[in-house]
Design a protein around this ligand. Structure first.
Ligand code: A2P
Length: 273
């Protein structure tokens, strides 16, 4: 799984087609993260179909929406996502939110295992799962989720979830890795992104000629996290993958640790039950 990918949440279908094609053909991205709920799987699909990179060199993730939990809906939903994407397999299929019902989650997970077995997804995993949700799956299923994609950025480093994921061999993937959009949140809150102008991140970046966004992406990479920054601006898409020519020091990482506040930009998993 490429450790750095492009996220497309809150990008329209048309915009997504443009930015995904640019990201693949011009900026060198090989990993695209979408979801049923983003309403732009078709745009991702059109971009992939017209990009100059072969399908097998790309890593494509999509997600099962909340209304599709349960065995039969899950099995139907993967086919619908594949059809919108114009693909015959996904690299990774994720349950978007755990919801609060243990039996329903386990039933859904067992359907995800069927999808894995069928080859329609090469890997299966989850998003927004707290350790207790993962326990339900670990106890009720037979395949360990490959990935847990959670809100994670310097204000919310998610130590507990990461330790749990690590102890089970689950890769932690960061959503809203830059602290989210300026008007982000399915909660409808308008929370300005203060990390992109944070003075600690600015001053760390100045040492390397890098922006706060690049410092944060590097922080995710050096923490062993998979990271999917979203941008619809070509310059930023290029900038966000241009992070392989510098390294944060231990002192930089300690300064970034001071930014932890526990603040979220999106929903807490328990808000969706
Ligand atoms: P835009 O798409 O207008 O470029 P997330 O943390 O969810 O990945 O949010 C990223 C947010 O930060 C988006 O609103 C995106 O806006 C913006 N963004 C992404 N990359 C950069 C960058 N390199 N510099 C400044 N803003 C960025």
């Amino acid at each position: 799984m490429p450790q750095l990918g492009l996220g497309v949440w809150q990008a329209s279908d048309e915009e997504t087609e443009r930015v995904v094609r640019f990201a693949i053909d011009e900026a060198g991205y090989r990993h695209i993260d979408t979801a049923r709920a983003y309403g732009n799987e078709e745009g991702v699909g059109r971009a992939i179909a017209s990009a100059s990179v072969p399908r097998e060199d790309l890593f494509v993730t999509t997600k099962l929406w909340n209304s599709d939990h349960g065995r039969s809906r899950t099995l139907t939903a993967v086919d619908a996502s594949l059809s919108r994407l114009g693909l015959d397999y996904l690299d990774l299929f994720l349950i978007h939110w755990p919801l609060g019902d243990r039996d329903r989650l386990v039933e859904t997970w067992l359907a995800m295992e069927e999808i894995l077995e069928s080859g329609k997804a090469q890997a299966i995993g989850v998003c927004n799962h707290e350790p207790h949700h993962l326990d339900w799956i670990l106890e009720g299923g037979s395949v360990v989720p490959a990935v847990n994609q959670i809100e994670l950025h310097p204000r919310l480093p998610q130590w507990v979830s990461r330790a749990f994921d690590d102890s089970h061999g689950i890769v932690t993937e960061s959503w809203s890795p830059l602290g989210g959009t300026s008007n982000s949140g399915w909660g409808g809150d308008s929370k300005p992104n203060t990390l992109l102008t944070d003075e600690t991140l600015v001053s760390i970046g100045e040492q390397y000629g890098k922006t706060p966004a690049q410092v944060m992406i590097r922080w995710h990479l050096q923490n062993g996290l998979v990271v999917i920054p979203k941008s619809t601006h070509e310059e930023r898409i290029r900038q966000n993958i241009d992070v392989l020519d510098f390294e944060l020091t231990g002192a930089d990482i300690e300064r970034i640790a001071q930014l932890e506040t526990g603040e979220r930009v999106g929903y807490h998993p328990d808000d969706f039950v």
